[in-house]
Design a protein around this ligand. Structure first.
Ligand code: ARG
Length: 254
């Protein structure tokens, strides 16, 4: 009898203990941090790429993590083709995009941008022994660009005045492969990214001085309330030196 009473007691205790646990869990859930989903195309070092273990690394990753932390959000990163990022914003599949994206007027028709956090430029990347030494030399050549980028737009425009063949690929490392195997003669690429590859892979190249392109900014669905929140943190990072620290970590040329 005693045994039964005891086991009933244990059972009751267990149930109430579980209930109590459930409760704390519930109340914790109420306070649980909200998660922001970031879209990026992790093929663009030093802004975003993956390390050997597959972790996202780069300037944009650190920047997004810092901002999310400041604002009290958890961060989840989704890797996708650069070409799909605007669509992902428009269909609310991601809350924002940090992907070295230039804040162009055309994109501003479909998404909102934060204040600019970096200004780069464009360059031509070639093999070291290439005969292409300036923009005019591109005549008659095959040029690689990443799908959906301002570089793609740029080469399309160049081809109005020159005899060019454009090859469009989804990911920057594929462009590098094409260049190394001689299937394209040059890549039209962001300057900061191009300089990194030139140094790392012993390639060559030169700047396109022709026109300035808009700086990089974080993109949001139209009318997202996050724009103002993010801008506040970016401003703060400009003032307290955190942005400069990130530039030194990822963008300085040693
Ligand atoms: N800045 C260029 C653009 O906005 C290229 C960005 C490519 N970014 C990337 N993560 N692959 O069109």
């Amino acid at each position: 009898m005693k045994k039964i009473a005891l086991s009933i007691l244990v059972a009751i205790l267990t149930v109430s203990l579980l209930a109590a646990c459930g409760q704390t869990n519930d109340s914790k859930q109420g306070e649980e941090k909200k998660t922001l989903i970031m879209g990026t195309s992790a093929d663009f070092p030093p802004f975003e790429s993956r390390d050997n273990e597959g972790n996202f690394v780069g300037f944009d990753i650190d920047l997004a993590n810092y901002i999310a932390k400041e604002l009290g959000y958890e961060l989840e990163i989704k890797d996708m083709g650069f070409d799909g990022l605007i669509g992902a914003l428009q269909t609310d599949r991601v809350d924002f995009v940090a992907s070295g994206m230039s804040a162009t007027d055309k994109r501003k028709e479909s998404v909102d941008f934060s204040s600019e956090y970096h200004r780069s430029g464009e360059m031509i990347v070639t093999l070291k022994d290439s005969e292409i030494k300036n923009m005019e030399d591109l005549n008659g050549k095959k040029i690689g660009v990443q799908l959906g980028t301002i570089q793609e737009e740029g080469v399309k425009k160049l081809s109005e005045t020159m005899d060019l063949e454009m090859k469009t690929l989804d990911k920057v490392p594929s462009l590098i492969q094409e260049l190394k195997s001689g299937r394209i003669d040059a890549i039209y690429l962001d300057k900061t990214v191009g300089e990194g590859y030139i140094k790392e892979l012993d390639l060559a190249g030169f700047d396109d001085e022709s026109e300035g392109t808009p700086g990089m900014a974080i993109a949001f669905p139209k009318d997202s309330e996050l724009v103002a929140e993010f801008n506040k943190v970016i401003e703060k990072m400009k003032e307290n030196g955190e942005l400069e620290k990130l530039e030194e970590k990822w963008l300085s040329e040693e």
